[in-house]
Design a binder for this molecule. Sequence first.
Ligand SMILES: [Zn+2]
Length: 236
Amino acid sequence: MKQIGPFTIKYDRTLPGWTAVNGQSRQRFTTGAKGERDAVCFALNEAFPKVATAVEHLCQRHAEAASRAWAAAELLVVGHVLNPDLTEPDEVARVRSQRQRRWYRLLRQANGTISCDCPDFEEGGLALAGEALANQLLCKHLLAYWLACHLAWPLSKEAPAPLHPKRSHAGRFRGRAVTAVGQNNRHQLVPNHASPQYGNGQPVLPAHLTHYRSYISYTQQRPFNQEKLLSWALGR
Ligand SMILES: [Zn+2]
């Protein structure tokens, strides 16, 4: 079962077949992968017509892109195209996997193309002949990012997961997510737009603002002081 805008896409054994259900209506589709894809296309067309139109235009020119492009549209509208981790200079976005609890990194390469670290891309992905995407191999994650750029679709804000989960449990990294003790010795959630100030009340120097914002987006808390911030930032 999945949710696309107001539509719930689910398989109905009694029909049998795939359905797209919202408050007022239930659309029926065939069984199998085709029925599921048709139900998703229907929901995208109804709920996100601009996204569906962009995918249809791409598929008119490149029919071979269809399965990846519709999957990409789905990733986009469910909010799986995420902001990059600002501490990773070459990262342009992250895309959460549809089925697994992980995400893939889209990295800008020296030759101007973007790579993805998913198995599809690493096995060669999809190459489209001609036009702007000529030298760019594609996978559904890169297509989702391309759609986001093309439609000026806002990327989802999500605290990026650490690259090396081990770091947060070991040695100097121990406890970095709980070091932002604010006034009155209480842990505080700090929104991204909070004024740049440490937990101890000191202002943040302009040179440290990038680290400061990454810290908050990762830990959802304010660093206690400059020393804590810099030791966290250098540890990444
Ligand atoms: Zn990919």
